[in-house]
Design a protein around this ligand. Structure first.
Ligand SMILES: *Cc1c(COP(=O)(O)O)cnc(C)c1O
Length: 379
């Protein structure tokens, strides 16, 4: 059964009905990570970079305490912005909250680009980005990567007079690669002041580099830098749909014009505040992730003679490349047989790779063992 009706169910000739804008008609909707096999069998979902530890128990308590859903939420998420401001040392007036950071990325592109403009990002950047450009009729330009990572030189070389927005997911999804602070600064320095640089920091909490500030200094001091963060990953609140962004007042103003007026629910605001106040949960998520990711990377390294290679990752997933007898396609099927859904992104030019979210120790050991057996069988 299909989840949505399609054109085949329509009885009217296409010319006699409302006409979609051609650039909207060209959109292929975002494909989320799977949680079931092709046969419908439920799988453990390591395909959407969710937190295997769940969320803070304090956030769970806050969720249970919402008295009644009858009233509209605070349209300005005042207390949440104040709490974010306190935790990160940012003036709450320079913060805007969204229905996930996805809403804010949408708004940023919508505010600053349209038909005839260009949105620039790295070749293996987040698969949502082309959609953001298409929705406003802008063209997207892919800068060449450097071994799958964003290349500042290639990005700067790809800027044209039509470039209005540059999107940088750092760490990058799906590759996990990370540009150090100095490289992000160099990218910013190479852009004209009227080009918006969006630093999408969905995985900021997982970054090891002690001196990384997640682009926040640029956002605090520059007129053309927006940083976005989310509660969907390390905070474990993806189902509540809460994100935030920070930048110069005129950027925050633009997003406030475009966002939904009651875009963050009452429960979302409450749980996010409770989650922020429990940084020990974020710390334990980071610690677990770093250790489990390192162990899994070592297991992949041991399969190097079979053509497997994991890209260096600063996020809560690894992109594993299959360059030997075992194909990513076969590995995807084998891993599903073992009960797990991971992400295959052939449409993004990565038919030879799988993005595997770092789950619990037991889950990662099982996937590593499955891959070892698949490699042996494929020789
Ligand atoms: C998961 C993710 C997001 C977060 O999306 P939300 O709308 O906040 O859930 C944003 N950017 C990237 C690169 C991501 O992987």
């Amino acid at each position: 059964m299909r989840a949505f009706a399609t054109d085949e169910t329509s009885t009217m000739p296409p010319s006699s009905r409302p006409q979609m804008k051609p650039y909207i008609e060209a959109i292929h909707a975002y494909v989320p990570g799977k949680s079931a096999g092709d046969d419908g069998k439920p799988l453990v979902k390591l395909s959407a970079n969710e937190n295997p530890l769940g969320c803070s128990p304090k956030a769970m308590d806050a969720l249970a305490e919402v008295a009644s859903p009858a009233g509209y939420p605070d349209p300005d998420a005042t207390l949440l912005r104040e709490t974010i401001g306190k935790v990160h040392g940012i003036d709450p007036a320079r913060i805007v909250c969204g229905t996930g950071s996805g809403e804010l990325l949408n708004c940023a592109v919508q505010a600053f680009a349209g038909v005839g403009d260009e949105i620039l990002f790295s070749r293996f950047a987040f698969s949502l980005y082309p959609l953001l450009a298409q929705k406003v009729g802008a063209d997207h330009v892919l800068a060449e990567d450097h071994d799958y990572a964003a290349s500042v030189d290639a990005m700067l070389a790809s800027v044209t007079p039509r470039t209005k927005v540059v999107l940088l997911d750092n760490p990058n999804n799906p590759t996990g690669t990370f540009l150090p602070r100095a490289e992000v600064a160099r990218l910013h320095a190479g852009l004209a002041p009227d080009v918006l640089l969006v630093v999408d920091q969905a995985y900021a909490e997982y970054v090891d580099a002690a001196d990384d500030d997640g682009g926040l200094e640029l956002a605090a001091t520059q007129d053309n830098v927006l940083v976005t963060r989310t509660f969907s990953k390390a905070y474990g609140l993806a189902g509540e749909r809460i994100g935030w962004g920070t930048g110069a007042p005129h950027l925050v103003d633009a997003l406030n014009r475009l966002r939904g007026p009651f875009n963050v629910t009452t429960s979302g605001q409450r749980t996010a505040i409770a989650a922020l106040e429990d940084q020990s949960f974020v710390d334990s998520s980071r610690t677990h992730n770093a250790a489990a990711r390192a162990r899994f990377a070592t297991a992949i390294e041991a399969l190097g003679n079979h053509g497997l290679r994991a890209l260096p990752s600063e996020a809560n997933f690894l992109l594993v490349l299959f360059e030997g007898a075992l194909t990513a396609d076969a590995a995807l099927r084998g891993i599903a047989q073992a009960g797990y859904a991971v992400r295959h992104l052939p449409s993004q030019g990565l038919p030879h790779a799988l993005r595997i979210t770092i789950g619990t120790d037991r889950q990662m050991a099982e996937i590593a063992e499955t891959l070892r057996q698949l490699c042996e069988a494929a020789r």
